[in-house]
Every structure is written in C-alpha cells, then in structure tokens.
Design a protein around this ligand. Structure first.
Ligand code: FAD
Length: 391
C-alpha cells in the first residue's frame, strides 16, 4: 500500500518533531514516523541550554517547560571550580532546564500532532525510496509499506537508516563523541547548575571530553561522561569503566549507587553523538538532514538538543518553501540557512576537535585554563566562542 504526503519525516526526536511542527503549520500534509512508542527514553544528559529553552518557547511550550527543574548557570571543574553564567540577552531566556527525554520528546511529539502532523509510532523506517534519477521519493517501512512524499526529512538520529541507505559522500565528516550516562538518586540538596568536569583521563591521557552532573530536581541527577573519537585510542576505552572512575571522584557523601548497581537496573546507556556536520551538503534531491542525522550537535560542547530543534525547524520551513516555489530537486535554501548560521562555528569546531584529540595539547590547555583566573579568557579558551549557549 502506498500513501502520499507533502513531507515524510523519519524520526520523532527533537529534530523530527520540530520539523513536523514547523511544516504542518503551513497546512502541508506531513507524516511523522518513529520506530518507538512514546514515551520512550533516549540516552542524553537531559540538560537544556537557554537556546534550547528559547526554541521550545517559540514552539508554544513555554508554560510546559517552565515546570521542569531550572538551571541558572554552568559550573566548570578544571579541576578548580569556576562559573560560566548564561548570558543575558534581550528576548532570550537566561536559564535552562533539566528534563528527562521521555518527557521532553513526548511533549514535542504531541505538539507536532496538535499542529496537524500525522504521527505514526512503531513505524520503523528501513531506508529511503529512490527513483531512477536518484531522487528520494519517500521511505520504506519495516512492515513493507511504502510512504511516498514530495520530500523527506531524515531526522532519524545518530545511526540514521535513511542516510546509511543513501551511502552519502559527505564533504565534512565531523567527529563523533561516545557518551554514556545514567539517572540516579543523589544525597545532595537540589542545585541549579550544569556541573561539567573537564579532567577526564584514560591511561594518563587527558581526553577530549568531560564528565557531567546535571540536576533533574527531586533528589535525582543525570551523571555521564563523553569523549570525542579524535583521540586515537578511543576504541580501547571502556566507557562504563570510565564513568565508574569519574563517579569515584565525586563526593562520597552523595551516596551514589555503584556502577554495578546501575548496570543491574539497566540505568546505564551509551550512544553516539555526531558533531560538526557529518552529512554535507545537508540535503540531496528529495531529502534534507536534521539533528544528529546531520551531525548538528555543537562540535565543542556536544549540546545537541538546541541544534536538533533549530535544524529541524529550518528543515521544515525550507522544505515547504522549496516545494512551493520550485520542487524537491533543490534544497539549496536549507544549505544556505545552515551555512549562514553555523558554518563558521562548525569549521572552527572541527579544528578544535582535531587539536583536542592530542592529549599533550589538551592537557596543557587544561592547565592554562585552570590557572588563569579570567572568566572571559576561560570562556574563549574552553568554547572558542564568546558565550556558552552561542547562536
Ligand atoms: C549520552 C548523551 C548525552 C547527551 N547530553 C545532552 C545534553 O545534556 N544536552 C543536549 O543538548 N544534548 C545532549 N546530547 C545530544 C542529544 O541527545 C542529541 O543531539 C539529540 O537527541 C538529537 O536529536 P535528534 O532528534 O536529531 O535525534 P534523536 O533524539 O536520536 O531522535 C531520533 C529519533 O529517530 C527515531 N528512529 C531511529 N531510527 C529509526 C527508524 N529506523 N525508523 C523510525 N524512527 C527511527 C528514534 O526512535 C528517535 O525517536 C547527548 C547525547 C548523548 C549520546
């Protein structure tokens, strides 16, 4: 059976649901497909930056988001402790939130449905449908059903089956982080900072990554570690063990569960995090890539939710604009949008990751960061940009 839509979106994470919300508001026939049944979890630090909060506000979710645990700053341990405050900018929130992905993503999915998108859960995409000219014309579901559309948005995450099916040659290959995390109880009063620990070592090498402790409120935290694959021995790292070593550096009186307990309760989850663009240009005839399928996470911090929302909204808007004014063969408008907003930052970010993969350099930079007590300098050295939440 074949059904036809203006836009078929593979994946209903933040990127896919934002794209669906944006496109459906124009009156387009939009179908949003996900293999999971919601609420479903996604391995994440559950930390929302002010920028991500701002996109959720733009999507009409300000009241819902305000109910979740609020964070007002980031605390950096390098290992000495210092603060990176969220910038105050007109019209922008100066805070973020800690929010479980099962709750955030379900909220976004419902929001897309309320805007008019047809949502189909338990609909696993196995690959793109491609015509004789190489244009993507829809997706094939595991059930054998073909879903046809004038355009497809691949928002199907870090392991994107649509992207794999197309065997893309990407102009930029970015980097991936390997990250693992668990939610757990903590014997510590609720706090309002995203805590980031830069000292993360493997066999004496400083890694290009960090450990985090993000608050969820109600005596619960999300603790994890992530490191980029620009470090040449990254495959030798046992991420569970690394997380255990990191947790052992945290205060004993927090009474955190052991790694073995977390493993037993299946709270531990690892995932890939592509950064700095891994599908460039971000479109091919008939298809646009968004979120992790695009490698849209920020190359330095790995923050991916705001970039998933932003690229999803841009992809939804550009897809409909191109279909209205030309057709599905050319989504240069999307490429121009992404390039204009992030091109420079991501070019520098790819270079940053390359350099950060050299332990001697990263170790030396960390020592400088730790010893220079100047907030502006520290921010620039750490993020290669002026603010934590960036553009
Ligand atoms: C451990 C870890 C911690 C992180 N912490 C943070 C953080 O604190 N803050 C932050 O901003 N970012 C964080 N990130 C990054 C962030 O999680 C991602 O960048 C973000 O989820 C990307 O959103 P997305 O919509 O592109 O992809 P996803 O959120 O991965 O959504 C993809 C969707 O596609 C669906 N899907 C996959 N395959 C198929 C298929 N075959 N058919 C149909 N549907 C399919 C999935 O079910 C899923 O719903 C973290 C990442 C990791 C790995």
């Amino acid at each position: 059976m074949t059904r036809r839509y203006d836009l078929a979106i593979a994946g209903a994470g933040p990127a896919g649901s934002a794209a669906a919300w944006q496109a459906a508001r124009t009156g387009a026939r939009v179908v949003l497909l996900d293999k999971a049944e919601f609420p479903r979890d996604k391995p994440c630090g559950d930390g929302l930056t002010p920028r991500a909060t701002n996109y959720l506000q733009k999507m009409g979710l300000a009241d819902e988001i305000a109910k979740f645990h609020r964070v007002n700053r980031a605390k950096i341990y390098s290992p000495s402790e210092w603060e990176l405050s969220f910038p105050r900018r007109a019209g922008m929130p100066d805070h973020g939130h800690g929010i479980r992905r099962c709750e955030l993503d379900t909220m976004l999915l419902n929001n897309a449905a309320a805007a008019g998108a047809e949502v189909r859960q338990a609909a696993e995409v196995v690959g793109p449908l491609v015509d004789d000219d190489g244009r993507v014309t829809g997706v094939m579901l595991k059930s054998g059903e073909k879903v046809s559309a004038d355009a497809v948005i691949a928002a199907d995450g870090a392991y994107s089956p649509v992207k794999r099916g197309l065997k893309l040659e990407s102009q930029y290959n970015g980097y991936s982080a390997i990250a693992i995390r668990a939610e757990m109880p903590v014997n510590r009063p609720d706090f309002d900072s995203l805590d980031i620990h830069l000292k993360l070592r493997f066999r004496g090498d400083q890694l290009p990554g960090y450990g985090w402790v993000f608050p969820l409120g109600g005596g619960r935290v999300n603790i994890g570690v992530g490191y980029a694959n620009s470090y040449k021995h990254w495959k030798q790292i046992n991420s569970t063990q690394l997380l255990g070593e990191f947790m052992a550096t945290l205060p004993r009186d927090w009474e955190l569960p052991s790694i073995a307990e977390l493993q037993k309760s299946k709270a531990l989850q690892g995932w890939r995090l592509p950064m700095g663009f891994t599908a460039w240009p971000p479109w091919r005839p008939g298809v646009l890539f968004a979120g992790d399928a695009l490698g849209a996470a920020r190359p330095v911090s790995g923050a991916g939710i705001s970039k998933a929302l932003q690229s999803g909204m841009a992809a939804g808007e550009c897809a409909i604009a191109a279909l209205t004014n030309g057709g599905p063969a050319d989504f240069t408008n999307y490429q121009q949008t992404v390039q204009a907003v992030w091109g420079k930052e991501y070019r520098r970010g790819r270079l940053f990751n390359k350099v950060a993969g050299i332990p001697a350099l990263t170790g030396a930079a960390l020592k400088v960061l730790d010893s220079v007590n100047h907030p502006g300098f520290r921010t620039r050295l750490l993020l290669w940009e002026s603010t934590l939440s960036g553009r």
